[in-house]
Design a protein around this ligand. Structure first.
Ligand code: NAD
Ligand code: WQD
Length: 342
């Protein structure tokens, strides 16, 4: 079964490609390399022992994308491609609206034109905004989007559900909580062109010496140790959920317009717990300081994963220790190879 993986050379796309191949699917990768590198293809081939088909196409370019669909018979799509830096989206909102919305509209338009089926959309826990109800479930009302990025995910879900209803194909939206960690081989990992701002890569970059010191944003939240609570989920668990979603749709087991699933562990951890776990697992002492709150941060968010557990038959198999260990292995591999993440 041919599965189009947009954003396939990116962080989550590359890990999902490995999982698709391991479970007998044929991924076809499309990416414009705006935040990833082509060398990830060789790494995926090394892990899986299989050749990978890749096209450098900008999804905002409808005519290029159309040529692709004229040649390849696509039986499912996982749409990862998007810009994802929350802070940048505040400074450059139109860059985000143009890229994230236009690429989705082009894809869905061509889905309709070519009569295609089975579509998975990368959404995010950021659609919940500031929410007092924890854990959040798929039926929790969405909060106000805290950034243009988060709004592209809210609008993206609406565009997809309207399209599914009108054009009669199957689709689902997967809301990731905080993906982190790397493939166990340390051959692929988070390797963006832009400097990462997420907690786990900031920790590993600090420990390896790429950053002198890291900051813990906020110590006066209403949480066990005053720092924010998040649901950190291993990227390979996220990857396997995508294959489960494709398998469910292809098996015809979808009986509503657009299904939505939270992808988290169901457990919240504070920033200091992540740091302490990293220090314990790796033996590295981390240089950090307590700093003021980061604007836009929510106090706590973690997932009710009941729906994904029951309908997708999926649950996270890896824990926070696995996350920090694999992230650290990857950081060391990058450093040995004398590469630097942006
Ligand atoms: P990433 O930046 O590593 O991967 C995205 C890929 O999409 C990149 O390789 C980039 O080059 C490509 N891309 C962007 N715009 C494109 C375009 N117009 N045409 C073709 N390719 C394009 O990001 P990621 O962490 O792998 O995220 C994948 C998806 O998951 C995104 O939609 C993101 O919003 C979503 N998501 C990520 C997280 C996270 O913390 N990583 C959390 C929730 C949701
Ligand atoms: C986690 C915690 C920070 C860096 C973002 C997006 C969300 C989703 C996941 C895409 C927070 C703290 C961080 C640092 C710190 N992505 N932190 N020092 O903000 O929960 O979510 O990524 O969809 O939409 O908003 O993730 O990893 O940036 O932060 O103290 O140097 O770590 O304040 O409490 P976040 P994060």
């Amino acid at each position: 079964m041919n599965v189009l993986v947009t954003g396939g050379t990116g962080y989550i796309g590359s890990h999902t490609t490995v999982e698709l191949i391991n479970r007998g699917y044929t991924p076809i990768l499309v990416d414009n390399l705006s935040n990833s590198r082509e060398e990830v293809i060789q790494a995926i081939e090394k892990i899986t022992g299989k050749g990978v088909t890749f096209f450098n196409i900008d999804l905002c370019n409808r005519s290029e994308l159309k040529k692709f669909f004229e040649v390849y018979k696509i039986e499912a799509t996982i749409h990862f491609a998007a810009f994802k830096a929350v802070g940048e989206s505040v400074d450059f909102p139109l860059k985000y609206y143009r890229n994230n919305i236009q690429s989705l509209v082009n894809l869905l338009d061509l889905y309709n034109e070519f009569g295609l089926d089975n579509f998975v959309f990368s959404s995010s826990c950021s659609v919940y905004g500031q929410n007092d109800e924890q854990p959040v479930s798929e039926s929790t009302p969405l909060g106000k989007a805290e950034s243009p990025y988060a709004f592209t995910k809210q609008i993206g879900e609406k565009i997809l559900s309207d399209s599914i209803r009108a054009y009669k194909f199957k689709g689902c939206s997967l809301r990731y909580f905080n993906p982190a960690g790397s493939h166990e081989s340390a051959l692929i990992g988070e390797y963006p062109l832009q400097a990462p701002t997420n907690l786990v890569p900031v920790i590993t970059q600090t420990a390896i010496g790429k950053r002198k010191k890291m900051q813990v944003f906020g110590s006066d939240y209403n949480t066990p140790d005053g720092t924010c609570v998040r649901d950190y989920i291993h990227v390979m668990d996220i990857a396997s959920a995508h294959v489960d979603a494709i398998t469910r749709m292809a098996g015809g087991k979808v009986n509503q317009d657009m299904e939505i699933f939270n992808l988290g562990t169901g457990q919240g951890n504070t920033v200091l717990e992540v740091i302490k776990t990293f220090e314990k697992v790796t033996g590295q002492k981390l240089s950090y300081e307590m700093s003021p709150r980061r604007p836009g941060d929510v106090e706590k968010v973690y997932a009710d994963t009941g729906l994904a557990n029951s309908l997708l038959g999926w649950k996270a198999l890896r824990n926070l220790e696995d996350i920090v260990k694999t992230a650290w292995d990857w950081e060391k591999k990058l450093s040995e190879a004398n590469k630097s993440i942006a």
